[in-house]
Write a protein that binds this ligand. Sequence first.
Ligand SMILES: [Zn+2]
Length: 337
Amino acid sequence: MYGAGDVRVENVPDPVLREPTDAIVRVVWTCICGSDLHPYHNMPASEHVTPMGHEFLGVVEDLGAEVTGLTKGDLVVASFAFQDNTCEFCGEGVQTSCRHGGFFDTAQAEAIRVPQAAGTLVKLPVSEDSALLPSLLTLADVYGTGYHAAKRANVNPRTTVTVIDDGAVGLLAVLSAKQLGAERIILMGRHTDRTDLGVEYGATDVVAERGEEGIDKVRELTGGDGTHTVLDAVGYKEAYEQALGVVRPGGAISRVGVPQYDEAPIGFSSLFGPNLTLTLTGGPAPVRAYIDQLLPDVLDGTVDPGKVFDRTVSLDEVPDGYRAMDRREAIKVLIRP
Ligand SMILES: [Zn+2]
């Protein structure tokens, strides 16, 4: 990406092993993330390229001498942040704060260097041509992020849930809330092709209205009280204010959309008065913590998170993929390098 709206496909040197803990992975599937649209909207134009992409699934091509548990030829999925998965932060389930960690930013490519390969890559027991691969790719980010939102808000069979966002993360937050036992899940979203998938994933109500109107609608649906939990996968201040408007006293707001604001209401009338819990987890969900847990249901077909992908492009068509997601013509775009 060279600036807002300016995505190009270029040849760059092949990645090589730099550390004995690295691996090189040939990318089989990668994709465009909703968070990639933020720089697509506001990155200042530059002559220097910013590589893009943090979700990928592929085949191990080369391994550093210290990488354990993997062999060349393994089909693997990575979490969008790399980590050793052994330090104390990793042990506490915040792999995104790993002492040896960081974030991928070159995954929309034919191949990628993977630091901390042993802690980052998860071997998949399927073949390279398996129809499950798109669903397995969601474990790299969007599914784990949606699940993280639901987990951090402590969604369970006794909680009602509002999900704000009909993008991939919001839809998979609906799926996650359903998996965690929630029986009432209200999805706030305006695009019926997306909310239809949300209903398939377990949403019991859809609210298309936004702002005050949307808040009134959710209140109306919940006897005036709002829901126990609100999962905000959007990241804009309007969504946060909407969350405050629909959360029940004593409830929890969990945000996983990368916040596009630094200031928002936290005072008596918003958070303090109604005894709310706000999980300030920010954007990065420690998805590595959830991959092992979510993998079995994907493998046996109990859930199909890959339905969030509704367009596939080749590497050369990646600029079109960005345009399609930006125009809301696609929920999430798969890239086949
Ligand atoms: Zn660590």
